[in-house]
Design a binder for this molecule. Structure first.
Ligand code: COS
Length: 378
């Protein structure tokens, strides 16, 4: 594993950095305050080929590796976590359909997702099934050449704005995890509707919504993989998703660190910049050290995935460490800013609220510890 980026990776990283400074920085604070989703940002991301990173070129994607995907996510997250998480979520259905879908599904769904013509979403969580995902209650009953879905999903990122949902439902309710299957459900299908839009602590430019399935009849051919494979398909997708959330957390932490260094050099107290005090220097030293370690862990997880090696526990470790780092670094950033850090005039309070959700999404950090411990003890 090399620490150097290839020329192509560095060039793409710089392009994305400039894109994020030009397109996201000016709107991120206001979109957060108003809870506004900017669909046009995803069109612009699509124009520069960023919505189809994990999709192979033959199906209309960029066919780039995960080591490149995480660079893109980190740069976007520095300016706007909502957009970075959206970019990560857009990848999940592409990964699932590419790995487990039929040729027909790949031809029908991958190009629209990769080109950004359609937005994708991942629908696993239910009101009573969060960390214990296998206890989900939504059912899918085979009826002739259709499946009929009934149930509801909560906390769905891009719920209501997505066009294609990968929905996990029980085809065999008595079978636990092995009774779950995975389906493609299109927006507009009779029986598909959206419920409550959540009011969140942070990441408010990304809509999080309930979706409702009432006798929602979808073609039998929309089953992804085989009946009973849905839980494993979801877990495999989440393994990859956890790497991208780790990358997003590194971006949030880096942004808070950069703001802190700038502020510490310019803010004067007791007749000198606060950066000259050891109390602040040690905080910055710890923040910089943790961010470097987190970034390297995320890169290792991506490297293992790219090489086709087992990476599930390393992805969990990277997600755990990077998101805990983001929480600590953003909290310390607010502390360095003092009273100003608590005010919305500076970006660090928004970054601190953003960091919190990274410890929860794609599996809470307690679930990551479970995944890690199971691996270490097996
Ligand atoms: N890759 C492939 N297969 C996996 C897997 C993975 N990462 N994790 C589990 N599986 C398989 C297991 O091998 C097992 O298969 P068999 O039945 O053939 O033995 C099956 O899935 C059930 O696994 P397990 O018994 O470990 O399931 P648990 O109910 O104990 O749940 C956890 C495991 C807790 C890890 C899982 O429910 C989880 O990740 N929860 C968090 C959900 C989450 O991240 N939600 C966020 C949604 S997006 S914001």
């Amino acid at each position: 594993m090399s620490f150097d980026l290839t020329e192509e990776q560095e060039s793409l990283r710089r392009t994305v950095e400039k894109f994020a400074e030009k397109e996201l920085a000016p709107i991120a604070a206001e979109a957060e305050e108003k809870g506004e989703f900017h669909r046009e940002i995803f069109e612009k991301l699509a124009d520069i080929g960023l919505l189809g990173i994990p999709c192979p070129e033959q199906y209309g994607g960029a066919g780039l590796d995960y080591s490149t995907y995480i660079l893109v996510i980190e740069e976007i997250a520095k300016q706007c976590l909502a957009t970075a998480v959206g970019l990560a979520v857009q990848g999940l259905p592409q990964i699932m359909i590419n790995l487990f879908g039929s040729e027909e599904q790949k031809k029908q769904y991958l190009a629209p997702l990769a080109s950004g013509k359609k937005l994708g979403a991942f629908a696993l969580t239910e009101a009573g099934a969060g960390s214990d995902a296998a206890s989900l209650k939504t059912t899918a009953t085979l009826d002739g050449d259709s499946y009929v879905l009934n149930g509801s999903k909560v906390f769905i990122t891009h719920g209501g704005v997505a066009d294609i949902y990968l929905v996990m439902a029980k085809t065999n309710p008595g079978e636990g995890a092995r009774g779950i299957s995975s389906f493609i459900v299109e927006d507009g299908t009779p029986g598909f509707s959206c419920g409550k839009t959540e009011k969140k602590m942070g990441m408010r430019a990304s809509p999080t919504r309930e979706i409702i399935l009432e006798d929602c009849r979808i073609p039998r051919k929309n089953l992804v993989g085989k009946e009973g494979d849905g839980f494993k398909i979801a877990m495999i997708a989440l393994d990859s998703g956890r790497i991208t959330i780790g990358a997003a957390a590194v971006g949030v932490a880096q942004a808070a660190f950069d703001e802190s260094v700038k502020y510490a050099k310019q803010r004067e107290q007791f007749g000198q910049p606060i950066a000259s005090f050891q109390a602040i220097q040690f905080m910055l030293a710890d923040m910089g050290t943790a961010i470097r370690a987190a970034r390297n862990m995320v890169r290792e997880a991506a490297y293992l995935k790219d090489k086709g090696k087992p990476f599930s526990h390393v992805a969990a470790m990277a997600k755990l460490f990077a998101t805990d780092t983001a929480m600590k670094v953003t909290t310390d950033a607010v502390q360095i800013f003092g009273g100003y850090g608590y005010m919305q005039d500076y970006p660090v309070e928004r970054l601190m609220r953003a960091a919190k959700v990274t410890q929860i999404v794609e599996g809470t950090n307690q679930i990551q510890r479970m995944v890690i411990a199971r691996h270490l003890l097996k």
